[in-house]
Design a protein around this ligand. Sequence first.
Ligand code: GLC
Length: 452
Amino acid sequence: MKDKALGDAYRLLDASLIHYRDRPVGTAAAIDPTGLAADNYRECFIRDFAVSGLVFLADGRWEIVRDFLLTSLEVTEREHSAPEQTIHHSVMPASFHVRREQDGKEYLRGDFGEQAIGRVAPVDSIMWWTLLLCATMQTIGDRGLAERPDVQRNLRRVLALCANDSFEVYPTLMVPDGAFMVDRRMGVYGHPLEIQVLFFGALRRALHYIDRSPENRRLIAVGEHRLRGLRQYVQHYYWLDVQRLNELYRSPTEELGESVSNDLNIQPQSIRDWVADWLSDESGYLVGNLGSGRMDFRFFTQGNLLAVVFGLVTDRQARGIMNLIERRWDDLVGTMPVKLCYPALTGEAWDLLTGCDPKNRPWSYHNGGNWPVLLWPLVAAALSTGRRDLAERAFALAVERLPRDGWPEYYDGTSGRLLGRYANLQQTWSAAALILADKLLEDPGLLALLPE
Ligand code: GLC
């Protein structure tokens, strides 16, 4: 069964390849045969390609990844050099595609959020790009790619995120709603966890590969300072376990001055009712978002898992996160790994925070749907904490069901039993995630592609 599933997954991955000047430079997000998928699913999304790219690297097909990195960079550089452009200088496109004109010529077109549904800014693109650059460098071991002037310019764009030209007071990065995998309104504006974790990973790698020349000295100093601050801040302020919950519950509020215990002025009354019982001893997690007077208690899976993989949390916290997944398996994995966030927004919160979005109704899509793509970070996090048992258990669920259902984008329902209401079939990252999960299980040494 496993061989057949993987064979199917590879067929889908290969069929999704997008070519430019006769070379594969990316993968389409989906090749849904029903024709119901939105038009832009035929494009190559940077965050989606990160999963395909890791598979290609593991298979020694690194040229595809290099060509993807340079092609998406070409789209970025062109956009940023246009005199009329107003896009933030550190933004890469959410997706790009190759347009073939009647004269036979090919043109690259990027979507920097100005064509996306709801016009959302893809802040995570440059972070995924940097992670993949680093994984490529790990694989080919030659610094030539990183030393290219265009690649160096992009690394400077990552570091430029740290230069304080916003109204930021924390070491975390402030973004608008829908700036990452959750690319619709979901109350994830401000300082969503996933962005902080990707920022940490990308910043660290950009600092590793940036040219240490005098002209970069200031950016490097600011970046290193930010990286240290970010790690301490996330480990301290985002972390929630029973002990921390008790502290919060009895903490004073309205404190002024430098050394106070509740500096973000989180009101104990804002603790959601479900949290205390959901957390068990020996477990904990990073909360979904944090700001002044605001703690979003939702569990966002990708941010928590990547924080484990990237070493953003302590060993004890990493074990706590994996314990939570084990103890709350029915809530977080159910019948299909893994739920994007828990719990779903319902009632008035759904009205206000999603803008009554029918695609994101409770326990569907981003709002508590189960996403097969999240299998690979689960397997990676489980293996890096010695929890192979959890990785195998999750893999067994996915390998049995995904090919049978036609590689859906997501599943609905509290336990993921329903095929997603508007889910595409033949979704590339669902297939790539299964392949990558299998590769990691077969050879945990591949975790070195995403070094701590
Ligand atoms: C949806 C998802 C986004 C993904 C894209 C392509 O917009 O929300 O995360 O990148 O589809 O699969």
